[in-house]
Design a protein around this ligand. Structure first.
Ligand code: F6R
Length: 369
């Protein structure tokens, strides 16, 4: 049932192009606009929403962090993202014009479920993004947008994460479409790019052998740092989470702009630092800032592992290891940038003799608070 793979996680990583395509299927019409009839929240409610609040845990929370960039950019609605376990106990400000989005692969995570219940008690509308048909969170929400990743067996989330991102982009673009924001042309262009994105994910998967080799060479390290900016920042957090849970290594994700506010003190000889570089076209200012971060890190002797777009040559002189990802619209980059980090963590776990599909102390769905 592992389809020839040693682990479910490897199989699920490989299934990502299909999972992404399946999650888009039937949701983009021939004219290139979105049809999300499943979101049974009436269009006027979506038009009048004054705030979006995203609640989730773990990897799903990282999808939510990325969604915030997309929602605020394409719709101009303020968006907050909060760990479900914190949200519930904070007395959050919610009303009938708040749209809450609860993201959960299993649909059974107790912290997220409690956040959903609390939000509905306050009168907010709740849209679930979920991978498991008929599970509790969608049943207790006003509406659900299912991710079509298929069953995810490995404890560490991979294909569910990519499809959560796709669903978040769909919701963001749909909100933009319904509300008729100024980003109309950009929204139509991104919908076209999204329709092609599974090919880009497939291309990343074809170039992963050097990443595996690199991972094996780092098996004896104690710490790995991950840096990113803009949507690359949550990608860095996700890369670090994967490494912790699978390789049992100390790993931290930082916003690259924070480096000089503390974390740079951690940099020393031979420390592996993974840097997710934003698109030079989409974010030229951020791109240049991150290139100087990479120089600073390298100047302190660290080993730089750079994830950058094809054709971005400015990073080459400072990268000890260069991982190429296809060119995508800036906001969609996490769909390709996350994949090498999943492969990296999986291979490191294997090299360290860990049980990849069943990491110690973890359960696939966390049904206690
Ligand atoms: C990490 C991982 C967990 C889950 C989290 C939320 O690889 O799998 O962090 O993402 O427990 O689970 P769901 O999405 O089922 O609510």
């Amino acid at each position: 049932e592992k389809g020839g793979y040693d682990y479910f996680m490897l199989k699920e990583i490989a299934e990502q192009p299909k999972a992404v395509a399946d999650t888009l299927l039937g949701r983009i019409d021939v004219a290139g606009s979105l049809t999300l009839d499943e979101i049974r929240i009436p269009a006027e409610v979506l038009r009048e929403a004054t705030k979006v609040v995203i609640v989730a845990c773990g990897t799903a929370f990282h999808a939510g962090l990325i969604a915030k960039y997309a929602i605020e950019h394409w719709t101009r609605i303020p968006c907050e993202v909060e760990l479900a376990s914190e949200f519930r106990y904070r007395d959050p400000i919610l009303d009938e014009r708040t749209l809450v989005i609860a993201i959960s692969q299993s649909g059974e995570t107790m912290d997220t479920l409690m956040a959903v219940r609390h939000a509905r008690e306050q009168g907010a509308r709740v849209l679930a993004i979920c991978n498991t048909n008929g599970s509790t969170i969608p049943r207790e929400s006003d509406a659900v947008l299912y991710t079509h990743a298929g069953p995810e067996v490995a404890v560490a989330s991979t294909k569910a994460f990519l499809t959560q991102l796709v669903a978040c982009y769909l919701v963001a673009l749909y909100l933009g479409q319904v509300r008729g924001t100024q980003a109309g042309d950009e929204i139509r262009a991104v919908i076209r790019d999204l329709a092609e994105i599974s090919t880009a994910v497939e291309r990343v998967l074809e170039t992963m052998e050097p990443v595996r080799e690199l991972a094996r060479s780092l098996a004896a390290k104690n710490t790995v740092l991950f840096l990113g900016r803009h949507v690359g920042y949550p990608v860095a957090l996700e890369g670090a989470l994967k490494l912790k849970e699978l390789a049992y290594m100390h790993a931290e994700g930082f916003a690259a702009g924070e480096l000089k506010h503390g974390p740079i003190a951690l940099i020393d000889e031979d420390l592996p630092v993974v840097v997710v570089v934003p698109s030079p076209r989409g974010h030229s200012v951020l791109h240049d800032k991150i290139v100087s971060n990479i120089q600073e890190i390298r100047a302190r002797g660290a080993r730089t592992i750079v994830i950058a777009e094809e054709g971005d040559e400015t990073v080459s002189p400072y990268a000890d290891h260069l991982i190429r990802i296809p060119v995508t619209p800036a906001l969609l980059q996490p769909l390709v940038a996350t994949v090498p980090l999943q492969v990296f963590a999986c291979e490191l776990a294997t090299a360290r003799g860990n049980e990849v599909d069943q990491p110690r102390n973890l359960a696939k769905s966390v049904t206690v608070e």
